[in-house]
Design a protein around this ligand. Structure first.
Ligand code: FES
Length: 125
């Protein structure tokens, strides 16, 4: 059995204000930067769609935040969901819908979009 994800929690800590945080990178770099950027790959419309759909679906205790660079630029657009610490690389609204439904509503995982810790480059299509 694996350890609980939140290994830093201490007895007596206040309850979390949100149960789940989604951090979606919307960072922009200068054109032709060797690492590219999530914004250049369409991150802002995807994040805005995710936030709007999460609100429409009324998923409780969730916050969909835009973030600065998460240092996985080559894989962008990327997002990470805490406290699980699961990373995804969505490309379309359908991908976002699947993450919302499977991960955030049902509590499952969208394995086809999930990034592994050692992954540095996008998977070949
Ligand atoms: S620009 Fe998005 S992870 Fe760096």
């Amino acid at each position: 059995m694996s350890e609980p994800r939140n290994r830093r929690a201490l007895p007596g800590d206040p309850a979390p204000y949100f149960d789940v945080h989604v951090f979606a990178c919307v960072n922009e770099r200068p054109e032709n930067h060797p690492r590219g950027s999530c914004k250049a790959r369409g991150a802002i419309p995807l994040r805005n769609y995710m936030k709007a759909r999460a609100d429409e679906l009324g998923i409780p205790g969730i916050r969909v935040n835009q973030s600065g660079c998460l240092d996985r630029c080559e894989l962008g657009p990327v997002l990470v969901i805490y406290p699980e610490g699961i990373w995804y690389a969505p490309r379309t609204h359908d991908d976002i819908d699947e993450i919302l439904d499977v991960h955030l509503i049902q509590g499952g995982r969208v394995e086809r979009l999930m990034l592994q810790p050692e992954q540095k480059l996008p998977a070949a299509d």
